[in-house]
Design a protein around this ligand. Structure first.
Ligand code: SAM
Length: 295
């Protein structure tokens, strides 16, 4: 167990050192408070958004029916459910879940995300969401039928106690959403060309499963249909995202390398700009019932 947990931690710390060096060595939280690492949000999920975390920047319809993750989450909801969304961001899933659940509690340390979530909830007239603006490790949160954790674990250096805490709060199931490919996979080919070496990838689904197995947790894993990862619908926005994510300053030699890489790697499709050589995105719903797995 210890070697898996240490390997996870080392991966995150190495990734964090590299990210911090790209930002000119500025202190940059990770792990317990790693919510600043938005650069690795899967920006392509909502094509056309701006910045490194389009998943939260572009509001999505809380009543949408074409979101495969959401539909899988709906299927996991018991009647009259309560949901605890750990690291719920700007409410990509909390808002729609609140339209079908009795109550949703979101634990989210980023103030910006909380503000976005609250204004979107008000706009949509959704009043059954409580927000706790804290990191999960410190939050005093109620238990819930479903404890959801979507694309958060890969930011957390001390993931085992984080998961244990989720189990303690789940009266029904813990549901973890993670991707097969490391978040940030779209920028890796650019990173190599701009910085001359491959970055340490953040943990992905195989690491999550190894971690859970090491903790004696044997979850159900449902793979969703693969999707083509899209960087952006607008080339200039795609370049801006890459510049920011890779720490490339305007007018620098690194920017010349980035432009050359973009000419080679960006592929314009009707859905937006994809990146040559990047495998399709495969998302998994990893879920288990703590009382059963701990028995
Ligand atoms: C990639 S975003 C995912 C947001 C949302 N769950 C979704 O799927 O759209 C990661 C989120 O995890 C949050 N986060 C990072 N560390 C956290 C922690 N220790 N406790 C709770 N949330 C955390 C970040 O602030 C951010 O909102």
């Amino acid at each position: 167990m210890d070697s898996v947990i240490n390997a996870w931690r080392e991966k995150l710390l190495a990734h964090e050192r590299e990210s911090s060096a790209l930002r000119g060595g500025e202190g940059h939280g990770h792990g317990a408070h790693g919510h600043g690492d938005h650069a690795h949000g899967h920006g392509g999920h909502v094509p056309g958004g701006h910045g490194g975390f389009t998943y939260s920047n572009r509001p999505q319809d809380p009543y949408r029916t074409d979101d495969s993750v959401l539909n899988a989450l709906y299927a996991a909801l018991p009647p009259d459910a309560t949901v605890l969304d750990v690291g719920g961001g700007a409410g990509r899933y909390a808002l729609p879940l609140a339209t079908r659940a009795r109550h949703v509690t979101v634990v989210e340390p980023s103030e910006d995300s909380v503000e976005q979530l609250q204004s979107r909830a008000a706009e949509a007239g959704i009043g059954n969401i409580t927000v706790i603006n804290e990191a999960w490790e410190e939050a005093e949160a109620p238990s819930a039928d479903i404890v959801l954790c979507s694309l958060v674990l890969h930011h957390v250096a001390d993931a085992a106690p984080f998961v244990t805490r989720m189990q303690e709060h789940a009266t029904g199931r813990v549901v973890v959403v993670e991707m097969m490919e490391t978040p940030g996979a779209l920028e890796i080919p650019f990173y190599e060309r701009v910085h001359g070496s491959a970055p340490t990838p953040l943990p992905g689904l195989p690491d999550v499963l190894n971690l859970l197995w090491a903790m004696d947790i044997y979850p159900d894993v449902a793979m969703l249909s693969e999707e083509t990862a899209v960087l952006d619908t607008d080339r200039a926005d795609a370049m801006e995202q890459l510049r920011r994510r890779l720490g490339v300053e305007e007018g620098s030699e690194a920017e010349d390398r980035l432009r050359a890489a973009a000419d080679e790697l960006l592929n314009e499709t009707p859905e937006g700009f994809t990146v040559k050589g990047v495998r399709p995105r495969r998302t998994a719903i990893v879920s288990w019932r703590p009382s059963v797995s701990e028995a």
